[in-house]
Design a binder for this molecule. Structure first.
Ligand SMILES: Cc1ncc(COP(=O)(O)O)c(C=O)c1O
Length: 433
């Protein structure tokens, strides 16, 4: 048994967690029979078992044992206006009672598409799908059809959803099962324009697209260096390849997404999470000329269908959410995110913890490493045991974050909740010191 201070603290926090959550524990035992590993969503699992949530409202979560948490994750960044916002629940209830999914265009589709087109300057037309995974899958198919090339380049550790091509190289040290060796995919480290140039050179006329996040999300809120995004734009353009910007997480960084905030003009954009207001959603968009490959009957038409694409309830929830996301809302999200990031940085300095914080706007990530965080490599090499102890410690003290140290705030998060989070994080950092 490991006896590092982090391991000992993790053991203590586990015991406390198990005492606080017996009903969740029983449910997890029951779940083992029907779900492989006892879970149906890989990202929500943590040891010894995840707390089962019974209720969500605003910024608060209550588990089946009656413990309350301040949500500092918001369903991995998607519930940007908080849980059960009355504008959204009203819109969904009203819409679903009138228009359940039907095999026809429905009210709300054009309206939500128009709103997204108004906000995102690189998007003239789009297709709604049901998840971010379907959006990135659609984007790679559109890129391959439009360029008549096969190779897609992605960043090492870049998460773009769970479909074989892009799941490849999610972790540099682990080749995932279920991905064919023949996948026409190449990888580069994030923030490495030289590697991109070299790979594009090797691919010759074969590269259909580069897919990147404007800020790496799952890899730990890794920010782009000054020249990376512009180099990505210029190099792909020069190689005749498309640039796909995956804004499934980063669309929460501004009215026009991170592409507007950071000044990058992609060929294709993928969206998800916030544009569905809490219901399953995805979208892929770009210029009208590129998106023409989706027109039924077009030469080499790509069929990107889905029984629930553009369903009325999701459209209504998405529209109600975007209506709430005006300039003032984004300014508030930035203020709250900065307050959290600054508070955590101060706590780290006070306790001399070997940790650091990356952040932009409403996205904040704590990393238990002092290595410079330029790509997923450094982030993945951080101390996992310390991160697990920190995560469980926060949970036991009523703060809900991601196991990987991601925090996200919502428009209804309060300054007091941020300060409470920082205080609790400080307690854990002191315990880990
Ligand atoms: C950048 C990015 N792209 C795509 C996806 C996949 O989205 P979904 O989980 O809706 O399939 C995610 C999910 O977290 C993501 O972070």
């Amino acid at each position: 048994m490991s006896t590092t201070p982090a391991a000992q603290l993790l053991e203590r926090e586990r015991k406390v967690f198990e005492q606080r959550t017996p009903v969740s524990g029983e449910r997890f035992a029951r779940a083992q029979a029907v779900f492989p590993g006892g879970d149906t969503r890989a990202a929500t699992f943590y040891a010894p078992y995840p707390a089962t949530i019974a209720e969500t409202a605003g910024t608060r979560l209550v588990d089946v044992d009656g413990n309350e948490y301040i949500d500092m994750l918001f369903n991995y960044t998607s519930m940007i206006v908080g849980h059960a916002h009355p504008s959204i629940t009203d819109a969904v209830t009203r819409t679903f009672s009138r228009t359940t999914p039907v095999a026809a265009p429905v009210i709300g589709q054009i309206e939500l598409a128009e709103e997204i087109v108004r906000r995102v300057s690189s998007v003239e037309q789009l297709r709604f799908v049901n998840s971010g995974t379907e959006a990135t899958m659609g984007a790679t198919r559109i890129a391959r059809a439009a360029t008549e090339r096969d190779i897609v380049i992605k960043t090492i550790g870049g998460y773009h959803g769970s479909f074989p091509d892009l799941d490849y190289w999610l972790r540099p040290d682990r080749f995932p099962a279920g991905v064919p060796d023949s996948s026409p995919l190449r990888v580069i480290p994030y923030n490495d324009p030289d590697a991109l140039e070299a790979v594009l050179g090797e691919c010759g006329e074969g590269c259909a697209a580069l897919i990147i996040e404007p800020v790496m999300g799952t890899a730990g809120v890794i920010l782009p260096t000054d020249d990376f995004l512009s180099a990505a734009r210029e190099l792909t353009h020069a190689a005749g390849a498309l640039l796909i910007v995956d804004e499934v997480i980063t669309f929460r960084l501004g009215r026009g997404g991170a592409q507007q905030r950071l000044g990058i003009e992609p060929d294709l954009t993928t969206l998800g999470k916030v544009i569905g207001g809490g219901l399953p959603v995805g979208a892929v968009g770009g210029s009208a000329s590129l998106m023409q490959v989706l027109t039924p009957g077009a030469e080499k038409a790509v069929s990107l269908s889905g029984t629930f694409n553009g369903n009325a309830a999701t459209m209504a929830a998405g529209l109600a959410t975007l209506e709430l996301l005006d300039d003032e809302a984004f300014a508030r999200l930035d203020v709250l995110g900065d307050r959290l990031a600054d508070g955590l940085r101060t706590a780290i300095a006070r306790h001399g913890a070997p940790a650091q914080v990356t952040s932009i706007g409403s996205l904040v990530n704590i990393h238990f490493t002092e290595e410079k965080l330029l790509d997923a490599g450094a982030s993945l090499a951080a101390d996992a045991e310390t991160a697990a102890a920190f995560h469980l410690g926060l949970l036991n003290r009523g703060i809900f974050i991601a196991t990987r140290g991601l925090f996200a705030v919502s428009t209804v998060t309060t300054e007091a909740e941020i300060d409470q989070t920082v205080e609790v994080a400080g307690e854990m950092l002191a315990a880990l010191a």
